[in-house]
Design a binder for this molecule. Structure first.
Ligand SMILES: NC(=O)c1ccc[n+]([C@@H]2O[C@H](COP(=O)([O-])OP(=O)(O)OC[C@H]3O[C@@H](n4cnc5c(N)ncnc54)[C@H](OP(=O)(O)O)[C@@H]3O)[C@@H](O)[C@H]2O)c1
Length: 291
């Protein structure tokens, strides 16, 4: 059921994610127009109350905000190139995944066509969209975020990261680095513990406490990085490097993969060789900041 006070919104791209976005807008009462290259994908949404636009141009005209969610940035450009739709005067919110360069280039392209542009990233899977657990990251002009904030909040918990259009994509990939690092570290430990008959579920309880405990160090370590000064308040890097050697030896002795521990140690060894062995772990930011 649409709500007379809720702003109209258009969704272009009705794959798994685009359909979830359109459903969340409909549930929040927004008059919702949809368009997809293969029009059959709109059928269920139309039954739920969406309006199917006959063309990209008609889809843009239907709402002050158009949300794009297609495979990649190339598809975004292809769909507009194929349609010759008039972009002037509309606002695009591109929730398609990509990198920061693509986001900034697409912002310039949209501006050249007279459109306003916000870029974004969805840190959630489709079933979570429309709940507070769906994190939606946005970047682009603050005024455009302010204008459309209430509409976008139908999708989840929305954070505006700043005016630089590339920020949402950067946070997106930084979050992926966090996710895979935690998962790989957990799998390393699980492989080791399983050699002693400890099952994954048992170790997962301990691993979770470790991950949460280490996460608590981040604000203090971040202060050191932002100050550019790394006094060894709790441990020196060379102490950590000795523990890394122990992790490598244990992995090899148990016959499990030692690639990840060796990567940790190689980076620490380079920082120690550069004279940072007496400093604290976040001094490794210098290794991470090189190409
Ligand atoms: N699914 C997730 O869990 C998830 C989570 C976070 C972010 N995302 C991001 O959301 C975006 C969409 O993902 P998805 O899961 O919805 O993918 P999907 O199910 O594969 O849907 C892809 C959509 O892109 C459209 N498309 C592809 N190329 C096109 C082109 N050249 N012109 C016009 N339309 C084109 C497809 O149209 P047709 O139907 O005509 O093929 C379809 O609507 C991706 O960037 C993805 O990384 C997805």
């Amino acid at each position: 059921m649409t709500n007379r006070t809720a702003a109209p919104v258009t969704v272009i791209g009705l794959g798994l994610m685009g359909r979830a976005l359109a459903t969340a807008f409909l549930k929040a009462g927004h008059p919702t127009t949809v368009w997809n290259r293969s029009s059959s994908r709109a059928t269920e949404l139309v039954a739920e109350g969406a309006r199917s636009a006959p063309s990209v141009g008609a889809a843009l005209e239907a709402s002050p905000l158009t949300v794009l969610c297609v495979t990649d940035y190339r598809a975004v450009r292809e769909l507009f190139d194929a349609s010759e739709a008039e972009l002037a005067g509309t606002t695009l919110l591109n929730l398609t995944s990509g990198d920061s360069t693509q986001a900034r280039e697409t912002a310039r392209w949209a501006e050249q066509h007279g459109a306003r542009y916000l870029d974004g990233a969805i840190m959630a899977v489709p079933p979570v969209v429309g709940t507070a657990d769906a994190t939606i990251l946005l970047s682009g002009p603050h005024s455009d975020f302010g204008t459309h904030r209430t509409t976008v909040e139908a999708l989840g918990t929305v954070t505006h990261l700043g005016e630089d259009h590339g920020l949402a994509a950067l946070y997106d990939v930084a979050g992926l680095a966090m996710m895979w690092s935690v998962l790989n570290a957990w799998l390393q430990g699980t492989a080791m513990l399983r050699t002693a008959g400890v099952d994954a579920a048992t170790y997962a309880q301990f691993a979770r406490r470790m991950a949460v405990g280490v996460a608590d160090w981040l604000p203090g370590y971040a202060e050191q990085i932002d100050r550019g000064s790394f006094p060894a308040e709790v441990a020196a890097l060379e102490t950590d490097a000795r523990a890394m050697a122990h992790l490598i030896e244990e992995s090899e002795a148990l016959g499990v993969n030692a690639e990840l521990p060796k990567l940790f140690k190689a980076m620490a060894d380079r920082a120690i060789a550069a004279g940072h062995g007496g400093e604290q772990y976040p001094v490794l930011i210098e290794e991470f900041s090189k190409p």
